[in-house]
Design a protein around this ligand. Structure first.
Ligand code: HMG
Length: 383
């Protein structure tokens, strides 16, 4: 039975900051941010948006009434959760109007969460072929103002419906993975912002990719010629470039040029959105599907979540792939965003809603929003 991604949806907040303006405000040469880091714009969420509302928005863009009827599993991958007990998935039941005979939960392992969800959904569909699973990656990546990680922030969400006979991407059930206890990046429960050993995290990421690629070749007797495209977790677009470069000189020059050109197509959206944490690999997939993919191509996908877990797996683009997402809408959403000044971003960044907060619906420009915090409970509304 073929199992994989049948539909893919994306949501990005309506505001962004310009990376050249950020560089100037931080007294940094703009080339460092645009070339050295490889970013152009960074998505900035509103204070009344969080992992729940971002997730609701991407899922809402793809869920049909028939999908809702067939859903048996809902998994949300996030590391920006709003509650240490109740899952983001539970909040979504009302917002998305989902039937209650669903197993719904949240997975956390840094940027690996969505891949863990996707693999769990694969197993679920193999046992329940007539059902569907919804996997959502949702995050707000925050390091703090004037930190080295600030340029690698971002926010957004990717939702995927997993089913048999998928229209977009067939998962080949060929995968290698690894886990190590590594202190490259972490966010203690008391902190809204992450801590990172930046350069060390880059080294670990590249090490994981190299180890997994060696493992994959040995396990499946594979070579680079088995793949048309390599997609990477993209915390910032230079990071995937660094992993890809480990192949330079080791593989045929034409093949390397082809992989590099396909990688460029996969990072177009990330350049103008920033880090989605667990959604980043899947934003890269969507960018590739819209900007370069051809039916029948074989993909090698590298998922990495700090802490650290890595997985390298293969997938095949289906002939019907263009039916599985709303290209016009996604491009319009990216184009219609508004630029914020760096001052306005800094101000918004400091806004913290507390117990007792009530958000005035007149000030809300999004369909899903945090409406109130009452008795320390977060309450959401759909406009
Ligand atoms: P930094 O210290 O500001 O930057 O930190 P740098 O000095 O390393 O410079 C960055 C690059 O810009 C270098 O290129 C410079 O040469 C270049 P590279 O050597 O890397 O190829 N550069 C210039 N280029 C052109 N013109 C110039 C110029 N000046 C310098 N004038 C760092 C950068 C990424 C470390 C920082 O932003 C950071 O700590 N980010 C957060 C951590 C991170 O994203 N790590 C990625 C791997 S871990 C991961 O992917 C997991 C993650 O998504 C979390 C999760 O799993 O949940 C982060």
């Amino acid at each position: 039975m073929d199992i994989g991604i049948d539909k893919i949806g994306f949501y990005v907040p309506k505001d962004y900051i310009d990376i050249v303006e950020l560089a100037k405000a931080r007294d940094v040469d703009p080339d460092k941010f645009t070339i050295g880091i490889g970013q152009d714009k960074q998505a900035v969420p509103k204070p009344y948006q969080d992992a729940v509302t971002l997730a609701a928005s991407s899922a809402d863009s793809i869920l049909s009434a028939e999908d809702k009827k067939d859903l048996g599993l809902l998994i949300v991958g996030t590391e920006s959760s709003v509650d240490e007990s109740k899952s983001t998935a539970a909040f979504l039941m009302d917002l998305l109007d989902l039937p209650e005979d669903i197993r719904a939960f949240e997975i956390k392992q840094a940027c690996f969460g969505a891949t863990a969800g996707l693999m769990t959904a694969y197993d679920y569909i193999s046992q329940n072929p007539d059902k569907k699973a919804l996997v959502i990656a949702t995050d707000i990546a925050r390091y703090g103002i004037k930190t080295p990680g600030e340029v690698t922030q971002g926010a957004g969400s990717v939702a995927m419906i997993v089913s048999q006979n998928p229209r977009v991407l067939k998962l080949n059930h060929k995968s290698v993975y690894m886990t190590k206890n590594v202190g490259d990046f972490w966010r203690p429960t008391f902190s809204k912002t992450a801590f990172a050993r930046g350069k060390y995290s880059n080294e670990i990421y590249v090490d994981f990719f190299q180890t997994l690629w060696d493992k994959y070749q040995a396990k499946y007797d594979a070579t680079i010629d088995d793949f048309d495209t390599l997609l990477f977790h993209i915390p910032y677009t230079k990071m995937g470039t660094k992993a890809l470069r480990t192949l330079d000189g080791k593989i045929d020059a034409d093949k390397y040029a082809e992989l590099t050109s396909h990688y460029q197509a996969s990072i177009r959206f990330s350049r103008s959105v920033g880090n989605l944490y667990t959604g980043s690999l899947y934003l890269g997939l969507l960018s590739y599907l819209i900007n370069g993919a051809k039916a029948g191509e074989n993909l090698l996908m590298f998922s990495y979540g700090s802490g650290a877990v890595g997985e390298l797996y293969s997938a095949e683009i289906q002939p019907t792939f263009a039916q599985g997402f709303d290209q016009a809408n996604i491009l319009k959403m990216l184009d219609d965003r508004q630029k914020m000044s760096i001052e306005a971003y800094e101000k918004m960044y400091q806004v913290e809603y507390e117990n007792g907060t009530i958000v005035d619906p007149e000030t809300v420009s999004e369909k899903f929003y945090l409406s109130e915090i009452k008795d320390n409970e977060r309450l959401y509304k759909k406009a």
